[in-house]
Design a protein around this ligand. Sequence first.
Ligand SMILES: [Zn+2]
Length: 148
Amino acid sequence: MDLIGGINSVITATKSLREASKAIEDAQFSLMVSDLNLQLVDLQSEVARLVEENEQLKRELNKKKERKITVLGDFCYVNNSDNIPVGKAYCTSCYENYETLNSFTTLGSLTVCTKCKSTVNVMDAKRIMTPDLFETVKADHSDIIRYL
Ligand SMILES: [Zn+2]
């Protein structure tokens, strides 16, 4: 039985109980049944919210699983559909520790990650990766390339 279906069954049973309580004509019993019904409606709402949140988290997780990353030392890049890194550079440390893509900003003479504040080379941080550039980098620095 799914959770929402189960709660709906309990609410239906509570409504039947409330109808039966009218015949009993016990005010306190009717009040308890009404209170129970209200609590079940609140619970149903909370379960619906949690189910939606769970679905959203599943979608985000699948999106992350689908994303392929190439690491070049301190920098990582998102791969395109041909599995080649392209676009702006992100912080490798943040990706490995938090699985988040954080870019860099310039603070005075330093270029730092916007999240973990690790310092990197300004020219490398500003480099926009292209398939042609990656071919060059791959030829010169194959020792620092990792595929995640
Ligand atoms: Zn970082």
